[in-house]
Design a protein around this ligand. Structure first.
Ligand SMILES: [Zn+2]
Length: 98
């Protein structure tokens, strides 16, 4: 049987992607037996819904829109970080902290 650590990991993953049939069954079976994980799963669903509503609220609030300059700076920083991550993945022996 799934332990609570793996059950909560699966519950979190289920928010992002479709679990395999086997994962769904293992999670359901665990939730039938475990009140704590059932509560955790419900809280995840509440949080997800709240974050979704907040996101829609923010998207529609013109006071909270980033300037074009800020968006460009963020996009540039993300691209630099992605390039560094890619290089680090290709050259795992190089120490980038020098
Ligand atoms: Zn549990």
């Amino acid at each position: 049987m799934l332990d609570c650590k793996h059950a909560t990991q699966l519950a979190s993953q289920a928010m992002e992607k479709q679990l395999t049939f086997r994962q769904q069954m293992a999670l359901r079976f665990h939730l039938l037996m475990c009140d704590a994980c059932t509560q955790f799963t419900r809280q995840l669903q509440v949080l997800r819904k709240a974050v979704g509503q907040l996101g829609r609220h923010i998207e529609n609030d013109e006071r909270l829109v980033l300037s074009k300059h800020a968006r460009e700076r963020i996009a540039k920083a993300v691209a630099i970080q992605a390039r560094q991550n890619d290089e680090a993945r290709r050259n795992p022996d190089l120490d980038s902290t020098d």
